[in-house]
Write a protein that binds this ligand. Structure first.
Ligand code: NAD
Ligand code: G6P
Ligand code: MN
Length: 432
């Protein structure tokens, strides 16, 4: 039987993950699941852990959920380690969002200044997890969800020197779920190719004969809520721009192609109902009230209010594909190896790949159009500088990363935002 360890087990997403495993039990015979958290998340861990056990008890399968605050105890002989932790919990995210907004710049969980500080807090922890894995479960796979998922995955490969890792996201899953429906076909009738970075990828679609149908998808989806995760405000892209690039940008690209409008909307929330993190905190409280109900033994509808809906489809499918050597097509963050020739071969990209026991074999995407190639190279430079700063704790490197980030205007205000975030997150940033 398979041993799964989930770090950040107290997350309200855990039932989503359990549902995905229960659905796939026949191909992924799990023996035990260890949910790991820390003191600050202990209460959440106990509530959602009991809920997870009830879900298995209501299934035909005999799986035991173990709850622990001792990561090393859990990691011993693990087969798969999934990560869904949030250093500083949602209160830290509130600061990531509110501090930049208070200076008139975008505050977002994975983009702009907020995303960079989430990386600063997370990367040292993920590197400690990798060190523990080298010792306690050297053959295990690390399946990372912790955001910023692409940067965290790149840190694992580049600085952790750990290659058995897949970075995941639900955004590509949502696109391949909604677009075929809009065209009136099945997912199996279409050939998808994704490439770029996490929360910064584009995709192209072909029919089963290989003819490009990207434009048809653009037509069918245009001006509709294009399978966007709940956390992203729907400002449509400019149609002429999509036609010029011949690709479909991901939902997060709105922050770059329509920066002005997205910032405006974000500032309205900041001054009104509260930023996304504040809204999510409400939802989280509601969810944990539900999870306390000893009769609830399935994933409640309310979890769909979170942006990460369907994330278990990516996570559990990836694990099942590795375990069963299935060669399933999945979009993963993994080493480029030439799939995106506009970026170095040794950096991490998010790309369509065949996933099996040996890991990911990427589908070559080829060169990107001029504008998108430029964006991509700037964003990868920003990511590499952010990761380097997270590892070294060097202030100048952090400032360079801030300066090159397209969502942060350079100069005195940017430096003040950075300094204020350093103070706000001091206890989670011992490296600086
Ligand atoms: P959350 O605030 O509920 O945090 C999850 C748990 O992590 C908490 O219980 C917390 O105590 C725990 N934690 C914090 N530091 C830890 C540590 N050092 N070791 C172990 N556990 C620790 O977060 P959430 O809103 O449920 O999101 C969880 C994570 O998953 C976030 O990083 C989020 O960005 C990410 N996420 C990613 C995707 C994706 O598409 N890649 C989708 C959904 C969520
Ligand atoms: C999307 C992203 C995730 C992100 C989530 C945020 O689905 O792919 O990476 O964590 O949204 O959702 P939330 O409900 O926390 O705002
Ligand atoms: Mn994501």
């Amino acid at each position: 039987g398979v041993k799964i360890v989930t770090i950040g087990g107290g997350s309200s997403y855990t039932p989503e993950l359990m549902e995905g495993f229960i659905k796939r039990y026949d191909e992924l015979p799990i023996r035990e699941i260890w949910l790991v958290d820390i003191e600050a998340g202990k209460e959440k861990l106990e509530i959602v852990g009991a809920m997870a056990q009830r879900m298995w008890d209501a299934s035909p399968y005999d799986v035991k959920i173990h709850l622990t605050l001792d990561r090393r105890e859990a990691l011993k002989d693990a087969d798969f380690v999934t990560t869904q932790f949030r250093v500083g919990l949602l209160n830290a995210r509130i600061k990531d969002e509110r501090i930049p907004f208070s200076y008139g710049m975008l505050g977002q969980e994975t983009n702009g200044a907020g995303g960079m500080f989430k990386a600063f807090r997370t990367i040292p922890i993920v590197l400690q997890i990798v060190e523990d894995m080298k010792e306690l479960c050297p053959n295990a796979w690390l399946v990372n969800f912790t955001n910023p998922s692409g940067m965290v995955t790149e840190a694992v490969v580049r600085y952790g020197k750990w290659e058995r890792v897949m970075g995941l996201c639900n955004v590509p899953v949502m696109a391949t779920m909604t677009e075929p429906k809009a065209l009136g076909v099945e997912k199996e009738d279409l050939i998808y190719k994704f490439a770029g970075l996490n929360h910064f990828h584009w995709h192209k679609v072909a029919d089963d004969k290989g003819n490009d149908v990207t434009y048809k998808v653009i037509d069918a989806m245009f001006d509709k809520d294009a399978g966007l995760p709940k956390n992203i405000h729907d400002i449509p892209f400019y149609r002429e721009q999509l036609e010029q690039m011949g690709m479909i940008p991901c939902g997060y690209h709105r922050y770059y192609y329509r920066e002005e409008e997205m910032l405006e909307h974000g500032l309205e929330e900041f001054n009104g109902e509260g930023t996304r993190a504040q809204q999510v905190k409400q939802t989280e409280a509601e969810l944990f009230e539900l999870y306390k109900d000893p009769n609830l033994n399935y994933k409640p509808e309310q979890l769909q209010k979170r942006g990460g809906a369907y994330y278990s489809d990516a996570a559990c499918e990836t694990i099942a594909a590795i375990y069963g050597n299935k060669d399933t097509q999945i979009v993963v963050s993994t080493k480029n190896d030439g799939a995106v020739p506009d970026l170095p071969a040794d950096c991490v990209v998010e790309v369509t790949a065949y996933v099996g026991a040996q890991g990911a074999r990427n589908v070559a995407f080829g060169e990107l159009p001029t504008a998108e190639k430029g964006w991509l190279q700037v964003m990868k430079a920003m990511e590499l500088l952010t990761i380097e700063a997270a590892v070294t704790g060097d202030y100048g490197t952090a400032l360079q990363a801030f300066t090159i980030n397209p969502l942060i205007r350079s100069g005195n205000t940017a430096k003040r935002i950075m300094d204020e975030l350093f103070i706000a997150h001091k206890k989670h940033l011992p490296q600086f």
